[in-house]
Design a protein. Structure first.
Length: 338
């Protein structure tokens, strides 16, 4: 007796959430030759991540003379690539709540890990810094150094608010993703994750090609002292003491990643967008007020975040068309096997 799509995957009962692939794993092996059957379980997010690892590894090979223990990085990237494919395969072969949760949320760890790696890779190509150009850019527009000028307004209360605003970037993608995940809106979830990945990865590569220290280092001699405040200032200081990356300031990853999530909120949860917007605008100011970035970093972060969202949408549509041609069945823009 033949089975309907809804028998194979209960999510077919909701026309808004069809499965990413119309065949179970066993049937995929029958229609796709090895190793394509294995890689078919990977979603667009994984392909974007694998492409980033490939480009990064290529740069490491070319400029390995500038990176101590370069081959350890190459080995780690290869291991990570294999682990990503294995996780996707395991999630399709042995579906379970634990694997499903891990399959959806491991990108958050990747973003953080790749950013921390920049501490060692940011000067892979160029031994020096390009801050003077951005300092001149800011000064030409404002006639002052914005981070230095803003110091006149500093108070412990304002410092603490600005640090809170700066920290809010951690929650945009997390909150939006949790809502989409809870409502099983797979396409929307992975659209946001993929857009965030494109924005982050492109920004990371730019920071390697164009290394920037940031005003915390370059303009320290013009500042009158540290920005003191309350609990959020202390918490941010603790985080920075363990995770501050020297360099990788251009473009601002805070801005690019959070802007991609903000665009996702505009597309999928309009009310959430309006809730995020005041904190996002405050965060843009906080990145400069807190001496983390130049204005040029923030502007570049907005451009990269918008580009990440646009490119991810284009890739999703292309992936959907190719999958529809292969399967012969209409489906939404979804990449993840259920």
């Amino acid at each position: 007796m033949s089975t309907s799509p809804s028998d194979r995957n209960p999510l077919w009962s909701d026309p808004a959430i069809p499965p990413a692939w119309p065949f179970p794993l066993a049937e995929r092996s029958a229609v796709l030759p090895w190793p394509r059957a294995l890689f078919a379980v990977c979603g667009l997010f994984e392909w974007v991540t694998l492409a980033y690892l490939a480009v990064l590894s290529f740069l490491i090979v070319i400029f390995r003379h500038n990176l101590p223990a370069a081959y350890l990085y190459l080995a780690a990237h290869l291991f990570l690539a294999v682990a990503l494919v294995a996780l996707c395969w395991a999630g399709a072969r042995w579906p379970s709540p634990a694997l499903r949760f891990l399959r959806h949320w491991y990108p958050m760890l990747l973003f953080l890990g790749f950013f921390e790696e920049l501490h060692y890779l940011v000067r892979l190509i160029h031994p020096g810094w390009f801050d003077p150009g951005l300092i001149q850019f800011d000064f030409a527009i404002f006639g002052v150094h914005p981070t230095v000028w803003l110091e006149q307004f500093a108070t412990p209360a304002l410092n603490d608010f600005m640090q809170f605003a700066y920290m809010s970037y951690y929650f945009y993608g997390l909150i939006l993703g949790a809502i989409l995940f809870a409502h099983k809106e797979q396409h929307s979830f992975w659209q946001v994750m993929t857009a965030t990945a494109v924005a982050y990865y492109l920004g990371y590569l730019i920071s390697i090609l164009f290394p920037i220290e940031g005003p915390y280092h370059t303009l320290a001699g013009l500042q009158r002292g540290e920005l003191t405040g309350g609990p959020f200032t202390a918490l941010m200081g603790f985080i920075e003491s363990w995770g501050r990356v020297h360099g990788a300031a251009f473009p601002s990853a805070h801005v690019s990643g959070s802007f991609a999530a903000l665009l996702g909120a505009w597309r999928y949860r309009r009310r959430l967008f309006w809730g995020f917007l005041p904190f996002f605008l405050a965060m843009l100011v906080a990145t400069i007020y807190g001496r983390y970035h130049y204005v040029a970093d923030v502007l570049a972060g907005l451009v990269v975040g918008a580009f990440g969202w646009t490119l991810a949408a284009l890739l999703q549509r292309r992936s959907a068309r190719e999958s529809q041609l292969l399967s012969g069945r209409p489906r939404s823009l979804l990449d993840l096997p259920q």
